[in-house]
Design a protein around this ligand. Structure first.
Ligand code: BGC
Length: 749
């Protein structure tokens, strides 16, 4: 192992400063004198995007051939840690082949609004699912001695003005929703690097945010790797390094190195800060270099098979009125341009030069005979009357029609947000027209994010493939014809319409300012708390079999500090085909005083169950799962009392419930001042005595009702201590107030 500390000690200040600024678009600098080579970092994250020629960060110029796996939006629907780990391993393998030290991703940003143009690159609206998926991805890649760059840290939840917008969000929401996926991924998988976001948080660029990059990320969570800017996210290099930003990408040129040297010389930046950053970068670089090896058996062909398996596991069957799986007999029509040229990845920096693609039309040849009509132009939204008429005629003459539809490239991409959730006009017209002449219509969807489905009641089946990667066509055929059962579930809610979505009133903000006014109520936390109707709920997905849930067991009735409980349930496959089920555990809290979403996901397991077999699924919970982030104590806190454990097949299909009681919580400290209400003061253990004593001495209105009676106390609930004087006459003066405040603060020590 290379002795990095020894290397750093031999470097001049100029050499060290140069390490904090990239060499070019994709490479870090080396130091020839000391034999430190330059290494490459590159996109990612659903395949490798390594540019051999001209560089760009928008996926425009060519990259070496690689495997395009389903994008994060689909991967998360697998709810499958092992599968995502396997994808990570494959990415690690190709990085080793192509001499890449770090692949840029995964992206763990929360889907705040379905309009975010980059939602196809993000996992979920739920922080636990996003964090678990990111952790699996990271540990898969890194098991191959290649680094990841967990991005975009943090609160990059829109593309509109992504490089200048400032996010305003309360601390509790940040911790519980937006930072949570990163916390999970850092603690579970220790990404080798983290990429900051472009935007500002509370007026401070993420690239210069000491609280984010140092206090939270390193001091609280224990992140050990190096941080890098998103491409072009550096505003003030010296400020960035001081805040904990180790590497600027792409290169800012020589002046940036000189700026760091000057800042050290004139005392604005300590040399120890520079040393620490260089040491972190080199530790990671040598972790890769010391373990760099190419596998003689590496094959892109094998990865194509994996891509097909992954796409099968990520697809979600949204509707099936008995039409699927399809029969091979009879006359089947495949309709829609995406059957021939599937849309399987998104636009921008994650765009991969996939070396092979399989369309459904190609894949179906080995399974059944179908006839094809194009129906619409794939990259347009204008109906083509001739194509439409041809498709309708074919549908009329067929026993069944499968329409391949979704969103064209231009409808969703990095760099801009969507304006609406509609599918293109030409595709909607096609679906309506085909459904009018044939009652057996299935729709296969290729889209990276939520869309409105106005035709849902007019067709018999809907299979959501998301952006399913280069083998999506093969996977769609496997699922349509029942080679395997669909087993994905939605990692995001499909609302009925855009106007129902949580951030609708505040997205993408006003100018360079966006306020997350919906707070914690993102995704199903919003729809479930408001009991709103949705098209398809979070965690929902059908299968070719059915599952029965029974025998919920909780290991203990109570849970105290430092303790654990296990929750188990039996799941039986009651149908006739083997299939996987995703079992979800939600917790509901019914406590007053602190607002909580109706329920929150706290566990999920995916299991394969053979027909008529039963499998027991187990979850382990500790107090943190019941906690909310209390900004006052800057820590997680769970009130004592009863909580409901809900085990179900989706957020809206809870099959089993049980109760557990939390005990032993330390009372929250109350910093008593004149503004503290009696009610809050009364929550302090021992305050009852102090307050009763005071009340018994008061005159004015307090003397009338009897000082200690319940009614007086109830009325006092929301009265601040300082206001007592107004009602108690001379019996309460400033001195009495001071004494009371002191006594109440004293008893908490
Ligand atoms: C994107 C990153 C990407 C980088 C390099 C940026 O514009 O936000 O996700 O990794 O470019 O291409």
């Amino acid at each position: 192992m290379t002795d990095v500390k020894a290397l750093v000690s031999q470097m001049t200040l100029e050499e060290k400063a140069s390490m904090l600024n990239g060499l070019n678009f994709w490479q870090l600098k080396g130091v020839e004198r000391l034999g430190i080579p330059s290494v490459m970092v590159t996109d990612g994250p659903h395949g490798l995007r390594k540019q051999a020629g001209e560089s760009d960060h928008l996926g425009l110029n060519a990259a070496v051939p690689a495997t395009a796996f389903p994008t994060a939006a689909g991967l998360a629907c697998s709810f499958d840690r092992e599968l995502v780990h396997e994808v990570g391993e494959a990415l690690g393998d190709i990085c080793q082949q192509e001499d890449v030290s770090v692949i840029l991703g995964p992206g763990a940003n929360i889907k705040r609004s379905p309009l975010c143009g980059r939602n196809f690159e993000y996992f979920s609206e739920d922080p636990m699912l996003a964090g678990e998926m990111a952790a699996a991805h990271i540990s898969g890649v890194q098991s191959k001695n290649v680094g990841t760059s967990l991005k975009h840290f943090a609160m990059n939840n829109q593309e509109t003005r992504r490089m200048s917008v400032s996010v305003t969000c309360d601390e509790r929401t940040k911790r519980e929703i937006y930072l949570k996926p990163y916390e999970i991924a850092v603690k579970k998988a220790q990404p080798w690097t983290i990429m900051c976001s472009y935007n500002k948080i509370g007026g401070v660029y993420s690239s210069e945010n000491h609280r984010l990059l140092t206090e939270i990320l390193r001091d609280e969570w224990g992140f050990k790797g190096y941080t890098m800017t998103d491409w072009g996210a550096c505003c003030d290099h010296v400020k960035g390094v001081a805040a904990g930003m180790d590497l600027v990408m792409p290169s800012l040129g020589d002046k940036a190195d000189a700026d760091i040297v000057a800042a050290v010389k004139d005392g604005r930046l300590s040399e120890a800060t520079v040393d620490a950053a260089v040491e972190r970068i080199l530790t990671i670089t040598y972790r890769y270099l010391d373990n760099h090896r190419k596998d003689p058996d590496f094959s892109l062909g094998a990865q194509h098979h994996l891509a097909r398996k992954v796409a099968r596991e990520t697809a979600v069957l949204l509707k099936n009125d008995g039409m699927l799986p399809l029969k091979a007999s009879g006359k089947t029509a495949f309709i829609g341009a995406f059957a021939e040229t599937p849309r399987y990845q998104g636009g921008g920096s994650s765009h991969i030069n996939s070396y092979e693609t399989t369309s459904a039309l190609e894949a179906v040849r080995s399974v059944a005979q179908v006839e094809y009509a194009k129906g619409y132009i794939g990259d347009s939204d204008t109906p083509d009357e001739a194509l439409l008429a041809e498709a309708v005629a074919l549908a009329k003459a067929s026993d069944r029609a499968v329409i391949f539809a979704g969103l064209p490239d231009v409808f969703e991409s990095e760099g801009y947000d969507r304006a609406h959730l509609r599918m293109p006009e030409n595709q909607l017209r096609l679906i309506d027209a085909v459904a009018a002449v044939n009652e057996n219509v299935a729709v296969v969807l290729h889209n990276g994010s939520v869309i409105e489905l106005p035709f849902a009641d007019k067709v018999k089946a809907i299979l959501e493939m998301y952006l399913g990667g280069q083998a999506v066509g093969g996977a769609a055929v496997d699922l349509l014809y029942g080679a395997v059962s669909p087993c994905g579930k939605l990692a995001e809610t499909f609302p009925l319409r855009l106007e129902d979505t949580p951030a609708y009133m505040n997205f993408p903000g006003d100018g360079d300012s966006v306020e997350y006014r919906e707070g914690l109520y993102v995704g199903y936390r919003w729809y479930d708390t408001r009991k709103m109707a949705v098209r398809y709920p979070f965690g929902y997905g059908l299968s070719y079999t059915s599952f029965e849930y029974s025998n919920l067991k909780v290991s203990e009735d109570t849970l105290s500090e430092g303790g654990k409980i296990t929750v188990s349930a039996d799941i039986t496959n009651t149908g006739s085909v083997g299939a996987k089920e995703i079992v979800q555990l939600y917790i509901a809290s019914a406590h007053d005083g602190v607002s909580r979403p109706a329920q929150e996901l706290k566990g999920f397991e995916k299991v394969y169950i053979a027909p008529k077999q039963t499998v027991t699924v187990t979850f382990t919970l500790c107090k943190r799962a019941f906690s909310y982030y209390n900004a006052g104590i800057r820590d997680w806190y769970a009130e004592d009392g009863a909580y409901e454990l809900r085990v179900g097949a989706s957020s809206r299909d809870i099959r089993l419930t049980a109760k557990v009681t939390l005990t032993g919580a330390k009372p929250l400290p109350v910093k008593v001042t004149g503004d503290t209400t009696f009610g809050d003061a009364m929550s302090i253990p021992g305050a009852d005595k102090v307050i009763s004593e005071l009340l018994s001495q008061l005159g004015g209105v307090f003397a009338m009702g009897g000082s200690d009676d319940e009614m007086t106390k109830a009325m006092l609930m929301y009265m601040p201590l300082h206001a007592v004087g107004s009602f108690a006459g001379e019996s309460f003066n400033e001195e009495t107030l001071e004494k009371l405040i002191r006594a109440l603060n004293e008893i908490q020590k």
